[in-house]
Design a binder for this molecule. Structure first.
Ligand SMILES: [Zn+2]
Length: 67
């Protein structure tokens, strides 16, 4: 059964832009027990955060989903 408890962060506060900005999700590292993603501001490309998941990336989805 697949769980969706890690909600996709679509907007994070960017200190450079001084506003909540849409983010791009990038696969940063492949770990032995999961995947480490980073979120970068879609405007200025600053790193705004990261996320570690234990699940494989969903290949059916676009890597960059911005509403
Ligand atoms: Zn920014």
């Amino acid at each position: 059964m697949k769980q969706y408890d890690d909600l996709r962060a679509t907007r994070l506060y960017c200190n450079t832009c001084n506003a909540p900005m849409p983010v791009r999700e990038r696969l940063l590292l492949i770990l032995p027990d999961g995947y480490l993603y980073e979120y970068r501001c879609a405007s200025c490309n600053s790193t705004l955060g990261d996320k570690k998941t234990s699940a494989a990336p969903d290949a059916a989805q676009e890597p960059y989903t911005i509403c």
